[in-house]
Ligand binder design. Structure first.
Ligand SMILES: C[S@@+](CC[C@H](N)C(=O)[O-])C[C@H]1O[C@@H](n2cnc3c(N)ncnc32)[C@H](O)[C@@H]1O
Length: 394
């Protein structure tokens, strides 16, 4: 949830290589702040801390996923998540001629591997599996993991630099990608949103606030619509809306399935979330201070699914479903897939039970994570939303 334990940020100091890498990223960001006249809008800080070439968290060699990394995602826990998704993706691919499967931000390649194996077992492989991954380091890890699979199954796997220019027919998947898009942070001051900026303070960074958001900006509309109180601090993600708009223009027929932690806007902007939803992950611990550990920790933000749905409709999509990860995976047959087989040994059975719990228990990933499907020309009946569909809450 990234899945990790919550800590006070005072907890740990990076050492050795992590320490020198953090110092290099900090120097780079201080130069950006200097060049910007002393105050860098937070979305640019987040972009640099996560994606600056060769330096940012996702653009350098940090381990990131799983043991020895900073967090665990659903496909990293085991293959059941991918096997369930194959029950939605496979039938959708079958109704589209010569379809693509396009995965955004494929991380270590774990989801691609479990999906390819499950789709191949059902004879439902796409004609091309494409990955659009922003991180050169992760692209290389994905290649090493997936090229042997591509050979085994006679499948073409391609890494794209950008969305294909020809109209796309197929399925687009993004698991825990939108939460990694840089956000605009804002605080309500004198009744209107001021944009968060980052300035230099001593050896590190501090917050400051910029009064430059127009009355018709996304943040200003949110403040008015949800009547946010003085001091309320939160985020909006115009990049997520722009991303959905791009998908809408590229996808001629098919599905876009977005899985991430988040809520409808009505919950996102409740008074009890008056400090927003920014969350950082460092060595399986979570905290709320993105201004420390630059370049060696993940920085994420919850997803406003109402905003995504609205952007989807504006981009010509139908909203086909919205539900919790728990309801989605159970509807796609998680429990059948996890049923012990006669020749399973005890270790395998225990690991599978632990995997199921982590994926669906409300105290773990089951309720915090949501699944939203947008579609064009593929009908309404998706299997994953048949137990519970919360579209009306968006
Ligand atoms: C938290 S990881 C999730 C990885 C994987 N989907 C999983 O579930 O394990 C976020 C991934 O999104 C990628 N990413 C972030 N922004 C992106 C963008 N604009 N386009 C493509 N990939 C992006 C990151 O490099 C990383 O691979």
């Amino acid at each position: 949830m990234r899945s990790s334990e919550v800590i006070n940020p005072g907890w740990a100091k990076p050492e050795g290589l992590a320490c020198s890498h953090c110092a290099a990223v900090t120097r780079h960001i201080r130069t950006l702040i200097h060049d910007a006249g002393g105050l860098l809008p937070f979305d640019q800080y987040m972009d640099a801390a996560l994606y600056a070439p060769g330096l940012g968290y996702y653009a350098s060699g940090a381990r990131k996923f799983g043991e020895g990394g900073d967090f665990v995602t659903a496909p990293e826990i085991g293959p059941l998540f991918g096997r369930c998704l194959a029950h939605e993706v496979g039938p959708a691919l079958e109704v589209i001629a010569a379809p693509y499967l396009l995965e955004f931000g494929a991380g270590s390649g774990a989801l691609a591997q479990s999906l390819i194996e499950a789709l191949s077992a059902e004879g439902q492989l796409p004609s091309r599996y494409c990955i659009l991954e922003i991180s050169p380091d992760l692209r290389e890890r994905q290649r090493q993991r997936l090229e042997p699979l591509a050979k085994r199954y006679g499948l073409t796997i391609e890494w794209l630099e950008q969305m294909p220019s020809e109209p796309l027919r197929g399925v687009i998947l993004a698991n825990e990608v939108v939460d990694a898009f840089a956000v605009t942070r804002f605080r309500v001051i004198e009744g209107r949103p001021w944009r968060a900026g980052v300035c230099i303070e001593g050896d590190g960074f501090a917050w400051d606030w910029i009064d430059d958001l127009a009355p018709d900006s996304v943040a200003a509309k949110i403040v008015r619509r949800h009547e946010l109180a003085e001091g309320h601090t939160s985020e909006v993600c115009p990049r997520a809306d722009a991303w959905i708009d791009t998908l809408g223009h590229c996808l001629e027929q098919g599905l876009a399935i977005v899985i991430d932690y988040g809520f409808p806007a009505g919950e996102y902007y409740l008074p009890e979330r008056s400090q927003g939803t920014l969350r950082c992950h460092y060595q399986h611990r979570a905290h709320n201070d993105p201004l420390i550990f630059a370049g060696i920790q993940d920085i994420t933000c919850h997803v406003d699914f109402s905003a995504l749905a609205e952007a989807g409709r504006a981009a010509g999509f139908d909203l086909l479903g919205y539900t919790s990860q728990e309801a989605y995976l159970l509807a796609l047959g998680l429990l059948d897939l996890a049923t012990p087989q006669p020749d399973d040994d005890e270790k395998v059975m225990l690991a599978r039970a632990a995997e199921v719990k982590q994926l669906v228990l409300p105290s773990q990933m089951g309720e915090a994570f949501k699944v939203m499907a947008l579609g064009k020309g593929v009908g309404e009946a998706l299997s994953g939303f048949k137990l519970r569909d919360r579209r009306l809450s968006l």
